[in-house]
Design a protein around this ligand. Structure first.
Ligand code: FAD
Ligand code: NAG
Ligand code: NAG
Ligand code: NAG
Ligand code: NAG
Ligand code: NAG
Ligand code: NAG
Length: 389
């Protein structure tokens, strides 16, 4: 009897001690974002039995594109198909949860033992808690409000040669954006195009020429070497004349879009495809609200290993972080890397808790043994006394 109650007391003491240093949360990890970075983090965590919830507001950077490229094994896969297959494969892990909802806020909280955890609130007011946060919230492209441009984004007008350059190879190319970025675009594309015009839309100003010269002192000679003409007229619209969705060669992987650039002076120029240089911004305000240090417009992960941000317990992956690499392979790599580091960070915390639990239980064991032995001695003594009566 005494031994059974001793075990019971030990068991409850152990359970209490274990719960003391690890905050009790709905999930181990909340991943915000269902693009390739968030999906990779979710997969990585679920495979080591981490209770992980991935939230997805359904706003993907590559949503407008026809197919994605330069993602080995998935060259030419439509992004929606890629994400759907990832979700299906991840759904077999019972610790993975996918919630198609937007997170409107995340608050760091502390439990009575001052251990930090997080509470995320969705737009419909439901709250979820976790020990760690991974932000895979992505970027948005700041496309100028010029008629025709946004509609054609990702469909013949693109920013990344590796994503869409090959499908438009050898076609007449235009460069859209500011003069200082023109040489960079030429260096990235001259192996795919020989007929290039840079439409600088009034940005060929003396100040911008100086800025370009500071990077490429011989910029005019470089442009001449590749036969690149600069057209500085003000653009008023970009009209689509032909859609590469309907004019494509699936055997050679070529898409034939046609556009007309219209200028303020009434003139126009026809081009098949464009590379652009427009700025990007964080899609989500969550990094800023959590107070993560920023590197220009990116979440700074450079000084902290394993995709950690300046805020303990918060990680940033994919386009939104400061790795300076915005593509699907990087999103997958960084999501996977964060998954590993988050898991091991939590395991360390659990290890520490287990050690303090052991110390705690050894002391408890000693106390309980003393007491139990004392009880038994007392009972024996009583019996001896009774026998003597
Ligand atoms: C037109 C275009 C074509 C591209 N083509 C290619 C290509 O061919 N190959 C290639 O490698 N790369 C390509 N890219 C780049 C690629 O899209 C990105 O590098 C990649 O999507 C980054 O993944 P991510 O997970 O970081 O972000 P995203 O894929 O942008 O995903 C962000 C996720 O965060 C979610 N989210 C944001 N805020 C919240 C919130 N508050 N609550 C819940 N969810 C939230 C969004 O809904 C979304 O699920 C292309 C980009 C563009 C613009
Ligand atoms: C706080 O820690 C103490 C001792 O480590 C433990 O007894 C207690 O249960 C913990 N409280 C919570 C809320 O975790
Ligand atoms: C938690 O932190 C607060 C403020 O720093 C302090 O007053 C309190 O004593 C701490 N509680 C525990 C259990 O450590
Ligand atoms: C909010 O949405 C989630 C699913 O995304 C659902 O489970 C929950 O019940 C909803 N809450 C309210 C208050 O509608
Ligand atoms: C051209 O420049 C004007 C004036 O700065 C700007 O409003 C417009 O968005 C630019 N158009 C393009 C296509 O960059
Ligand atoms: C380009 O256009 C801008 C705005 O009209 C003008 O200030 C600049 O001088 C032009 N550049 C050249 C090289 O003509
Ligand atoms: C080429 O492939 C695309 C995408 O798979 C498809 O929508 C289109 O119908 C195909 N075109 C032809 C002519 O086969």
């Amino acid at each position: 009897m005494a031994r059974k109650s001793l075990l019971y007391t030990l068991f409850t003491t152990l359970t209490l001690a274990l719960s003391s240093s690890i905050p009790q949360t709905d999930y181990d990890v909340i991943v915000v974002g269902g693009g390739p970075s968030g999906l990779s983090a979710l997969s990585s965590l679920a495979r080591v039995r981490r209770r992980t919830a991935m939230f997805d507001s359904g706003e993907y950077r590559n949503a407008p594109t026809r197919e994605m490229h330069d993602v080995i094994g998935n060259d030419g896969t439509p992004p929606a198909q890629f994400r759907a297959l990832a979700r299906t494969q991840i759904s077999k892990y019972d610790t993975a949860t996918i919630i198609d909802n937007k997170i409107s806020s995340i608050s760091p909280l502390t439990d009575p033992n001052n251990t930090t955890y997080f509470q995320a609130t969705t737009t419909n007011g439901t709250t979820y808690t976790s020990r760690k946060i991974i932000l895979g919230t992505g970027l948005i492209d700041l496309i100028p409000d010029v008629p025709g441009l946004r509609e054609a984004w990702g469909q013949g007008i693109w920013w990344c040669p590796w994503c869409d350059g090959w499908e438009h190879r050898d076609e007449p190319l235009g460069i859209l954006g500011s003069l200082p970025d023109v040489v960079g675009s030429v260096l990235e594309t001259h192996t795919l195009y020989s007929d290039i015009i840079a439409f600088t839309n009034g940005t060929a100003t003396p100040a911008n020429q100086l800025s370009l010269a500071s990077k490429y002192p011989n910029w005019e000679k470089q442009l001449a070497a590749w036969d690149v003409r600069v057209d500085n007229r003000s653009i008023v619209a970009i009209d689509r004349l032909q859609n590469g969705n309907d004019h494509r060669d699936n055997v050679t992987d070529q898409q034939f879009d046609v556009f007309r650039v219209r200028f303020e002076d009434g003139d126009s120029v026809v081009r098949n495809t464009f590379i652009t240089n427009y700025p990007t911004a964080q899609r989500s305000t969550l990094p800023e609200e959590l107070g993560t240090a920023m590197l220009e417009e990116k979440v700074d992960t450079t000084d902290y290993s394993g995709m950690r941000t300046s805020v303990p317990g918060v990680f940033a992956i994919g386009d939104c972080n400061s790795d300076g690499s915005t593509n699907v392979p990087h999103a997958m790599f960084s999501g996977k890397r964060a998954g590993v580091f988050v898991h091991v960070e939590m395991s360390r915390e659990e290890s520490n808790a287990a050690i303090s639990k052991r110390d705690f239980s050894r002391r408890a064991l000693e106390r309980q043994t003393e007491r139990a032995v004392g009880d038994e001695m007392e009972m024996l003594w009583k019996r001896v006394l009774e026998m003597r009566k």
